[in-house]
Design a protein around this ligand. Structure first.
Ligand code: PLP
Length: 393
């Protein structure tokens, strides 16, 4: 008998689906059943989109800016992105070198879709954001995970990179600050990786800078194209407004990169999504070109919540976690508290017993961990950590 899977593509059948979305959905369902659930599984800011950004969207609608736009972004937004790259990253990208798509996720997928052929390898430091390996599989490529342990700050070394590159390597994906670990690569660490990449001109680099503004302890953000300008012609510098400006639902991501790649991505979008939402593009323009001072306040707020969370994890016996320097996650080693369970079973048990939703490390390709998001209000964090302390007592 014909089964549903007979109709599904071989590439599609290789993917697992987003574990973060599954856990978030489960927390939502429990809440709908009347359970008191605190979600620390979220990958989004707990702030509201600032009013001046919302007002720009309202104005755009009132002015009738509601039709199809240029496929990969309106000229005004591209100009603001070009200015952002210059101002914040010291990078020059013209309009022809900029792509705007419906979310950072779409930017990444479009870049892979136009460049990855069957059997091409994509190097991904692990633990990694859940979507990278499945995006590569959807494009027919092979994700090659490079494990980076807690002892190495969850960062890959130049030696590891050198050993992982093969003639089939198409891309290296770098994500700093990292989801799920919060690890941040320093300028020196990026320079050391660049030294390796110089020997392999066939390797492209995707720099996922989506958490750029969420960086703590006075650390400076650095991105590969800035640190190694001679490699800029094979780097896609990707970013977006979701995490920095609390705009996850608006779906605007962008990237700067070589013109041949940007042109291919535009062609691909022209036959798939077409343009990102017109109204959201005007909102993103207001975000990137409007006041930036609130970002500093938000950063301080996240940093103090990170410190709160760290000070409440440290006393729990058997849980270990290095203080993350960026993003809004802690990646907690819970191996000694698994008691025969997998980390996914532990996360489920915690949710059912305490109503606190976290995500298992295995979803990020590193077993024996829990990713806990501190992008929740302080009161919720306090209740959640009281419950977690009681659970692990
Ligand atoms: N990259 C990383 C590492 C992320 O964590 C996310 C979102 O969770 C994205 C990219 C995509 O963000 P968006 O599609 O909302 O712009």
């Amino acid at each position: 008998m014909t089964q549903a899977s007979d109709f599904l593509s071989s590439n599609f059948l290789k993917i697992g689906g987003s574990a973060t979305m599954a856990m978030t959905q489960m927390a939502r369902d429990m809440r709908a059943q009347g359970r008191d659930v605190i979600s620390l599984s979220m990958g989004q800011p707990n702030f509201d989109t600032p009013l001046h950004i919302c007002e720009a969207a309202v104005q755009a609608m009132a002015e009738g800016k509601t039709r199809y736009t240029a496929v990969d972004g309106i000229a005004e937004l591209k100009a603001a992105i070009s200015e952002k790259f210059k101002r914040e990253n010291g990078l020059d990208y013209t309009a022809h070198e900029i792509n705007v798509a419906p979310g950072g996720k779409a930017v990444l997928f479009n870049a892979l879709a136009v460049s990855v052929s069957a059997g091409d390898e994509v190097l991904i430091p692990a633990p990694c954001w859940v979507s990278y390996p499945d995006m590569v599989r959807l494009c027919g490529g092979l994700p090659v995970l490079m494990p980076s342990r807690a002892a190495q700050g969850f960062k890959i070394t130049p030696e590891q990179l050198n050993a992982a590159i093969s003639p089939r390597t198409k891309w290296l994906i770098l994500n700093s600050p990292s989801n799920p670990t919060g690890a941040v690569y320093s300028v020196d660490e990026l320079r050391a990786l660049a030294n390796v990449l110089r020997d392999y001109p066939h390797v492209l680099v995707l720099s996922d800078d989506i958490y750029e503004h969420l960086i703590y302890d006075g650390l400076e953000f650095a991105t590969l194209a800035q640190v190694a300008p001679d490699l800029k012609s094979r780097i896609l510098t990707m970013n977006g407004v979701s995490k920095a400006y609390a705009m996850t639902g608006w779906r605007i991501g962008y990237a700067g990169g070589p013109e041949w790649l940007i042109t291919a991505m535009r062609k691909y979008m022209g036959q798939t999504t077409s343009n990102p939402s017109s109204v959201s593009q005007w909102a993103a323009l207001a975000a990137l070109s409007g006041p930036q001072d609130f970002l500093k306040d938000w950063r301080m707020d996240y940093q103090s919540r990170r410190d709160y969370v760290m000070s409440h994890i440290e006393p729990i016996e058997g849980l270990r976690c290095a203080r993350p320097s960026g993003a809004f996650y802690v990646f907690v080693d819970c191996k000694t508290r698994l008691k025969g369970k997998s980390d996914a079973e532990l996360a489920l048990d915690i949710l059912q017993e305490t109503g606190v939703a976290t995500i298992a490390g295995s979803a990020f390709h590193m077993d024996g961990y829990l990713r806990i998001s501190y992008s929740a209000d302080q009161k919720s964090l306090e209740i959640a950590f009281d419950r977690l302390a009681a659970y692990f007592h």
